[in-house]
Design a protein around this ligand. Structure first.
Ligand code: G
Ligand code: G
Ligand code: NA
Ligand code: MN
Length: 253
């Protein structure tokens, strides 16, 4: 309960910040975007999202937190556009709670308009399980987001129970191969079979594919050979505060 009221105040007090993990295209050898990940600066310490996102989800605080994250990501995209010519997108993780709102698309529109960035400056990540859990709300929202140019990425892909038939009808742009498959690449034959299948599926559906949790050169090599050139993971960079991302932007844009 104490944590709950502290989290409630954290947003007003400016204690919530976004860190950004670069997304890399290894073939083009450049950064092609970033994923925003929340952190809570509490008494000189950085509380990782695993320690407060679940509570935020339970209490509903995830809604104002996510609304703030969308706005902050738009602000950051504008700053990077002005200072570094950044023209890629920042991905924001959206919980299914956000799709229950009829004004999600309007909120995103207001965020990008407020900072004068195009809608494609914001990309949304929704986990495969959240997507399937709430299709009734998610599908119409995805279509409206797609119409205004906000791209959707399916996070933790391969861990859920999505019907492939359904997926092909959804206006999504990218699938993100879950890190559990990446972790075992080059170790178990099953993992490379799954990754091969996901890449083939994505290609057949005209989707981009990105791998998360890439930690070793070996994983990078296998992914690249299998046809996945976009990656994210500790091999390239952990999630960084914005000023450290700027070292990447200064080099690669
Ligand atoms: O940053 P880290 O690797 O510790 O993230 C841990 C978990 O918290 C991940 O599952 C991530 O998706 C989730 N998470 C981080 N930031 C956000 C956020 O802004 N919104 C939501 N919904 N989840 C987040
Ligand atoms: O899928 P999700 O949005 O939850 O992923 C974000 C989480 O993954 C964050 O907690 C981030 O710190 C973590 N992460 C990012 N890169 C790596 C990596 O290479 N290895 C591992 N184990 N975790 C990573
Ligand atoms: Na994510
Ligand atoms: Mn993920």
């Amino acid at each position: 309960l104490e944590l709950e009221s502290a989290l409630h105040k954290a947003l007003e007090r400016g204690e919530i910040v976004l860190h950004y993990q670069p997304k890399i295209d290894v073939r083009a050898a450049r950064m092609v975007g970033a994923e925003a990940l929340m952190r809570w600066k509490r008494g000189g310490k950085l509380v990782p999202p695993g320690d407060f996102i679940p509570l935020a989800e339970e209490t509903g605080l995830i809604v104002p937190l996510s609304e703030w994250a969308l706005k902050e990501a738009a602000r950051q995209a504008k700053l990077w556009q002005l200072n570094f010519g950044f023209a890629d997108s920042i991905a924001v993780n959206l919980p299914s709670r956000m799709f229950e709102r009829s004004d999600l698309v309007e909120h995103i529109h207001q965020c990008v308009s407020a900072y004068g960035v195009p809608h494609r400056a914001i990309q949304l990540e929704i986990t495969e399980n959240n997507l399937m859990k709430d299709l009734q709300n998610v599908i119409p929202a995805l279509h409206r987001l797609n119409e205004v140019g906000v791209e959707i990425s399916i996070d933790d892909f391969g861990t859920g129970y999505s019907s492939l038939a359904y997926l092909t009808t959804l206006p999504i742009s990218e699938v993100k191969i879950d890190r559990t498959f990446v972790r075992d690449l080059g170790i178990t034959p099953q993992s490379s079979a799954v990754v091969t299948a996901i890449i083939a599926l994505a290609r057949a559906m005209g989707l981009r594919v990105i791998a998360e949790g890439v930690e070793t050169l070996r994983q990078m090599d296998v992914l690249h050979r299998l046809g996945c050139s976009q990656m994210q993971g500790f091999l390239f960079s952990k999630p960084l505060p914005p000023e450290e991302v700027e070292l990447w932007l200064a080099q690669t844009v």
